[in-house]
Design a protein around this ligand. Structure first.
Ligand code: RIB
Length: 330
């Protein structure tokens, strides 16, 4: 296979001259350029993408690091990112971090070695140092870090949790439990805090009604079953994501209880699956596609050094009332 060296030899020039012709960088005499192009054609040489990236420092590829695409929330996010990046001529390399800070760091190191142009990350509490941000454009999405400089896009976690809890109260629920996501994840803590603040303001907060289920559907079934065994007064559940809400529905059914007549359930995310189950899930919908699309647009601007209008974006969430909650009490 032809190499840049064989082209240089045939054209009677240096490798550096061939590289300048390939990348249209620096001065090359017209006659020299003609000899190089003639040699490229004769040898049918195609420069490798890595070689190109070594010179023009762009591979038109970005890395997308997400916790776990088996959770339906993340594929919806990834789809938006790929759609937007494709418009601007970028390819997306997807990495699953499994919520591991170590894996996030490993992927970032690997992606840097492959000269990708930027990274979008939904981080599981990874502390992105400012030095890294000075080396490669980064946008944090959905789960972000505290940083003035690193752009972020998220949904209104705290606000959405308050909305969910207030809605359950408005339908007549009096003993509302919360299925919490991982303590290490900022948006899980924000959703828990929204739930707590509403109930404390009403004077009816009971810390025993918060159980951890790690955003996991099976754990949610287990802990909800145990919760209902020890407390039969529960008449409402706010789950920190839709998967845990779906897991809770199974536990409620295992107890022979009815939704929403005996217990109302509301989730958080607005994944498509929530519409497919019976009864259809009431939830706090995040603007998943818009979150991904905005993060992708911000990254393109960072890569192409277009100034940003703003660095941090918090998008509104909305209540989507379906069949797992009682109608508003009149
Ligand atoms: O369901 C997965 C959860 O983790 C979602 O609520 C999303 O916000 C992500 O952070």
């Amino acid at each position: 296979m032809a190499t840049i060296r064989s082209v240089a030899k045939l054209a009677g020039v240096s490798v550096a001259t061939v590289s300048r012709v390939l990348n249209q960088r620096g001065y090359v005499h017209i006659e020299t350029e003609k000899k190089v192009l003639k040699a490229i054609k004769e040898l049918n040489y195609t420069p490798s993408s890595v070689a190109r990236s070594l010179n023009n420092k762009k591979t038109n590829t970005i890395g997308l690091i997400l916790p776990d695409i088996t959770n339906p929330f993340f594929p919806e996010l990834a789809r938006a990112i790929e759609d937007v990046m494709q418009i601007y001529g970028y390819t997306v390399v997807l990495c699953n971090s499994d919520g591991s800070v170590e894996k996030e760091q490993e992927y970032i190191d690997i992606l840097k070695q492959k000269y990708i142009d930027g990274i979008i990350i939904s981080t599981s509490n990874f502390v992105i140092d400012q030095e890294l941000f000075s080396q490669i454009p980064i946008v944090t999405l959905d789960r972000h870090v505290t940083s003035e400089k690193i752009p972020s896009v998220e949904g209104g976690n705290y606000e959405g949790a308050k909305l969910a809890t207030e809605f359950l109260l408005s339908t007549g629920c009096k003993h509302i439990a919360h299925l919490q996501g991982p303590e290490t994840i900022r948006n899980a803590r924000e959703r828990r805090d929204g739930y707590i603040d509403v109930l404390k303001a009403k004077g009816c907060f009971d810390g025993n009604l918060i159980v951890a289920a790690d955003y996991d559907i099976k754990k949610a079934t287990k802990v909800t079953f145990e919760l209902l065994e020890r407390d039969s007064s529960i008449d409402g559940i706010f789950a920190g994501n839709d998967l845990m809400a779906i897991g809770a529905l199974k536990a409620i059914q295992m107890h022979g209880l009815r939704v929403p007549d005996d217990i109302s359930v509301i989730g958080f995310d607005g994944i498509a699956l929530g519409e497919m189950i019976y009864p259809e899930l009431t939830t706090i919908a995040q603007p998943i596609y818009d979150m991904g699309a905005i993060a992708a647009r911000i990254l393109v601007k960072l890569i192409e050094e277009v100034p940003l209008e703003s660095t941090h974006h918090k998008l509104d969430v909305q209540l989507v009332e379906r069949r797992t909650t009682r109608r508003l009490s009149t």
